[in-house]
Design a protein around this ligand. Sequence first.
Ligand code: NAI
Length: 334
Amino acid sequence: MHVAVFSTTPTDRTFLGEANSGGRHQLIFIEARLDATTAAAAAGAQAVCAFVNDRLDAPALRELQRLGVRMVALRCAGFNNVDLAEAAALGIAVGRVPEYSPYAVAEHTVALILTLNRKIHRAHSRVREGNFALEGLLGFDLHGRTVGAIGTGKIGECFLRIMAGFGCRLLAHDPRPSEACRQLGVQYVELAELLERSDVVSLHCPLTPQTRHLIDARALARMRPGAMLVNTSRGAVIDTRAAIAALKSGRLGSLGLDVYEEEADLFFRDLSGDMIRDDVFARLLTFPNVVVTGHQAFFTEDALRAIAATTLGNLDAFEATGRPDHPVSVERIA
Ligand code: NAI
C-alpha cells in the first residue's frame, strides 16, 4: 500500500524503514503534522501513519477520505487525537499500537520522580558551575512512602511493580482494577482517598472526556501538602493553570511532566532559536520544583522497534483482510 507517514523524524524513518522489510509498503515520509490543512499531502495514499500530535478531527478525516485514504495507522497507544465516530461514519479503519514497551514509559516516570525528589536537575547545573553546596537539594527516602497510580493498565502496572521494588506502599484508582496489581499488594481506593494519602501521585490513564482535567483545583486541594504529581499519560488530564496555582501556593510540592495540554504547538521540534509563545508553559519552566520532558517517555530503542513492527503489522493486516490487527473502535471512547 501507499502510506503517507506524517510528523516524520529521522528516527521514524530508520525504525519504520527497517520494519518495512522487502519494501512491501511504499512509505512516503512527510515532516508536516497531519491536520485538515496538511491532509492533502496524503493524495495517492491508501493509508496514513500518524503520531500523537497529528490532529485527525472531522475536517481532516473527511479530506483524507475524499483523497481515497481508507486506514489510519497510529504509531502510538493513545488515540484521543482521532475523531473515532467520524472515522467510523466515513468507513476509515483506525489501528494503533496498544502495547510496545510499558517499561519505557514506566521507567521514564520513575526517572522524573527520582529527578524531582533528589533534585538531580539542580545538582547537575550546580556541579558544572563548581557549586558543591547541598542546601536546597534535600530529598526523602522513597522507601516506606505511599505512591498512588491513577490507571493500572499496562503502564500503570509496570510502574507499580518498579515502585514495589523501592519498598513503597502502593495505592491505585481504576474503574477496572487489575488482579495482577492486587497480587502485588496494591490497594484500590477511590480517587479522593488516593489523593489524600499519596506522597507521589502518578497518572497512567488515557485522556477521555471523563479524565480531561481529572486533576483540577479541587483534586489538587485534596492532595497531601507537599506531595509530588507526575504525568506521563496525556497533558490534558491535568488542568495546568490549576497546577501552577498549587505550585505558587506551595501546596503542590513538585511536578513532573512528560506531556502538556498544549504540547502540539511545542513538542517534537527544535524551537531553541525561537521564543516560547505559550505563557502558561513558560511559567511552568520558572519553578525549581518542576521538571518537564518533551513527550519522550516512549523513546527507547526497544519501544521504537516494537512500535514500527506493530504499525507495519496493522498495515499488512488491513491490506489482507480490511481490518488492522489492533483496531480502535468507537466504543473505546464510551
Ligand atoms: P491501558 O489501556 O493499558 O491502561 C489504561 C488504564 O486506565 C485502564 O486500566 C483503564 O481502566 C484506566 N482508566 C480509564 N479511565 C480511568 C479513570 N477515569 N481513572 C483511572 N483509571 C482509568 O493503557 P497504557 O498502555 O497503560 O497507557 C496509559 C496511557 O499512557 C495511554 O492512554 C497514553 O495516553 C499514555 N502514554 C504515554 C506515553 C508517553 O510517551 N508519555 C507513551 C504511551 C502511552
